[in-house]
Design a protein around this ligand. Structure first.
Ligand SMILES: [Zn+2]
Length: 169
Protein backbone atom coordinates (compact mmCIF):
# COMPACT_ATOMS: atom_id res chain seq x y z
CA UNK A 1 0.00 0.00 0.00
CA UNK A 2 1.33 3.38 -0.88
CA UNK A 3 1.80 5.66 2.05
CA UNK A 4 0.59 9.20 1.54
CA UNK A 5 3.08 11.97 2.03
CA UNK A 6 2.57 13.89 5.21
CA UNK A 7 2.44 17.55 4.38
CA UNK A 8 1.93 19.91 7.22
CA UNK A 9 1.73 23.67 7.09
CA UNK A 10 4.20 23.77 9.96
CA UNK A 11 6.73 21.83 7.98
CA UNK A 12 8.10 24.58 5.82
CA UNK A 13 11.76 25.18 5.21
CA UNK A 14 12.68 28.54 3.71
CA UNK A 15 8.98 28.88 2.82
CA UNK A 16 9.12 25.69 0.81
CA UNK A 17 7.13 22.67 1.95
CA UNK A 18 8.97 19.72 3.36
CA UNK A 19 7.80 16.17 2.91
CA UNK A 20 8.16 14.04 5.98
CA UNK A 21 8.62 10.32 5.81
CA UNK A 22 8.59 7.93 8.70
CA UNK A 23 11.93 6.27 9.38
CA UNK A 24 11.68 2.57 9.97
CA UNK A 25 14.53 0.19 10.50
CA UNK A 26 15.22 -1.75 7.34
CA UNK A 27 12.85 0.20 5.14
CA UNK A 28 13.81 2.68 2.51
CA UNK A 29 12.64 6.24 2.48
CA UNK A 30 10.18 6.51 -0.36
CA UNK A 31 10.01 9.59 -2.48
CA UNK A 32 6.43 10.74 -2.72
CA UNK A 33 4.79 12.79 -5.34
CA UNK A 34 3.27 15.86 -3.82
CA UNK A 35 -0.45 16.07 -4.34
CA UNK A 36 -1.04 19.42 -2.70
CA UNK A 37 1.57 21.96 -1.81
CA UNK A 38 1.09 24.79 0.71
CA UNK A 39 2.34 28.10 -0.61
CA UNK A 40 2.20 31.67 0.67
CA UNK A 41 0.35 34.20 -1.47
CA UNK A 42 0.56 37.96 -1.04
CA UNK A 43 -2.67 39.75 -1.90
CA UNK A 44 -2.16 43.46 -2.51
CA UNK A 45 -4.62 46.26 -3.31
CA UNK A 46 -7.01 44.55 -0.96
CA UNK A 47 -9.38 46.84 0.91
CA UNK A 48 -9.35 46.35 4.67
CA UNK A 49 -12.96 45.21 4.74
CA UNK A 50 -11.82 42.06 2.93
CA UNK A 51 -9.16 41.18 5.50
CA UNK A 52 -11.48 38.97 7.55
CA UNK A 53 -11.17 35.20 7.47
CA UNK A 54 -14.36 34.73 5.46
CA UNK A 55 -13.39 37.18 2.72
CA UNK A 56 -9.79 35.95 2.57
CA UNK A 57 -11.04 32.40 2.26
CA UNK A 58 -13.32 33.34 -0.64
CA UNK A 59 -10.68 35.38 -2.47
CA UNK A 60 -7.78 32.97 -2.05
CA UNK A 61 -10.16 30.13 -2.87
CA UNK A 62 -9.76 31.19 -6.50
CA UNK A 63 -6.10 30.20 -6.27
CA UNK A 64 -6.23 27.19 -4.01
CA UNK A 65 -7.60 25.90 -0.76
CA UNK A 66 -7.29 28.47 2.01
CA UNK A 67 -5.36 27.26 5.04
CA UNK A 68 -4.74 30.39 7.12
CA UNK A 69 -3.38 33.91 7.03
CA UNK A 70 -0.23 35.13 8.74
CA UNK A 71 -0.06 36.99 12.05
CA UNK A 72 0.40 40.46 10.50
CA UNK A 73 -2.65 39.96 8.32
CA UNK A 74 -4.76 38.78 11.23
CA UNK A 75 -3.66 41.66 13.47
CA UNK A 76 -3.69 44.12 10.52
CA UNK A 77 -0.26 45.40 11.57
CA UNK A 78 1.30 45.48 8.10
CA UNK A 79 -1.12 46.83 5.54
CA UNK A 80 0.92 46.57 2.34
CA UNK A 81 -0.60 43.22 1.57
CA UNK A 82 -2.53 40.36 3.12
CA UNK A 83 -0.59 37.13 3.26
CA UNK A 84 -2.40 33.81 3.09
CA UNK A 85 -1.35 30.20 2.99
CA UNK A 86 -3.15 28.17 0.35
CA UNK A 87 -2.89 24.57 -0.76
CA UNK A 88 -2.30 24.26 -4.49
CA UNK A 89 -1.63 21.53 -6.99
CA UNK A 90 1.86 21.77 -8.47
CA UNK A 91 0.63 21.57 -12.07
CA UNK A 92 -2.17 24.11 -11.78
CA UNK A 93 -2.08 27.62 -13.18
CA UNK A 94 -1.29 30.45 -10.81
CA UNK A 95 -3.36 33.59 -11.13
CA UNK A 96 -1.40 36.81 -10.81
CA UNK A 97 -4.58 38.77 -10.31
CA UNK A 98 -8.09 38.29 -9.01
CA UNK A 99 -11.10 40.41 -9.88
CA UNK A 100 -14.46 40.31 -8.21
CA UNK A 101 -17.50 42.49 -7.70
CA UNK A 102 -18.02 43.71 -4.15
CA UNK A 103 -21.41 44.13 -2.48
CA UNK A 104 -21.86 47.52 -4.20
CA UNK A 105 -21.12 46.11 -7.63
CA UNK A 106 -17.70 47.74 -7.71
CA UNK A 107 -14.87 45.81 -9.38
CA UNK A 108 -12.15 44.91 -6.92
CA UNK A 109 -8.79 44.15 -8.50
CA UNK A 110 -6.42 42.19 -6.32
CA UNK A 111 -2.84 41.46 -7.20
CA UNK A 112 -1.51 38.03 -6.23
CA UNK A 113 2.20 37.36 -5.71
CA UNK A 114 3.87 34.15 -4.71
CA UNK A 115 6.90 33.68 -2.44
CA UNK A 116 7.79 30.54 -4.28
CA UNK A 117 6.08 28.48 -6.94
CA UNK A 118 6.09 24.73 -6.82
CA UNK A 119 7.61 24.11 -10.23
CA UNK A 120 8.07 20.46 -10.90
CA UNK A 121 10.18 18.35 -13.17
CA UNK A 122 8.29 16.52 -15.89
CA UNK A 123 11.11 14.00 -16.13
CA UNK A 124 11.52 12.68 -12.59
CA UNK A 125 8.44 14.39 -11.07
CA UNK A 126 10.73 15.99 -8.50
CA UNK A 127 10.07 19.43 -7.08
CA UNK A 128 12.03 22.64 -7.38
CA UNK A 129 13.68 22.11 -10.75
CA UNK A 130 12.66 21.78 -14.37
CA UNK A 131 13.32 18.86 -16.71
CA UNK A 132 16.17 20.74 -18.43
CA UNK A 133 18.02 20.88 -15.12
CA UNK A 134 17.19 17.35 -14.07
CA UNK A 135 20.14 15.43 -12.64
CA UNK A 136 18.41 12.08 -12.51
CA UNK A 137 18.97 10.44 -15.89
CA UNK A 138 17.82 7.04 -14.60
CA UNK A 139 14.38 8.43 -13.87
CA UNK A 140 13.75 9.65 -17.40
CA UNK A 141 10.47 8.27 -18.66
CA UNK A 142 10.76 5.30 -20.95
CA UNK A 143 7.75 5.29 -23.27
CA UNK A 144 8.20 1.58 -24.02
CA UNK A 145 7.73 0.65 -20.38
CA UNK A 146 4.47 1.54 -18.67
CA UNK A 147 4.84 3.36 -15.35
CA UNK A 148 5.15 1.00 -12.43
CA UNK A 149 6.03 -2.02 -14.57
CA UNK A 150 8.39 -4.39 -12.88
CA UNK A 151 11.36 -5.87 -14.60
CA UNK A 152 11.17 -9.65 -14.51
CA UNK A 153 14.09 -11.92 -15.29
CA UNK A 154 13.19 -14.79 -17.54
CA UNK A 155 15.40 -17.46 -19.02
CA UNK A 156 16.05 -16.73 -22.66
CA UNK A 157 14.60 -19.43 -24.86
CA UNK A 158 16.09 -19.50 -28.31
CA UNK A 159 14.65 -21.60 -31.12
CA UNK A 160 16.73 -24.70 -31.73
CA UNK A 161 19.45 -23.84 -34.18
CA UNK A 162 19.38 -26.02 -37.29
CA UNK A 163 22.10 -28.60 -37.46
CA UNK A 164 25.13 -27.07 -39.02
CA UNK A 165 25.81 -28.21 -42.53
CA UNK A 166 29.20 -29.85 -42.92
CA UNK A 167 31.82 -27.34 -43.86
CA UNK A 168 32.73 -27.31 -47.48
CA UNK A 169 36.31 -27.25 -48.55
ZN1 LIG B 1 14.02 15.95 -12.36
Amino acid sequence: MQQKALISEQLMFDNKPVVVNEWKQGSELVKHELEYVPIWVKLSSLELKFWGQTALKKISGLIGEYVRCDEATQQKTLLDFARVLVKVKPDQTYLDGIEFLDEKGKVQKIKAEYDWLPIHCTSCKGMGHLAVNCRKPTSKPNPAKPKGAKQVWRPVVRPQAPARAPATA
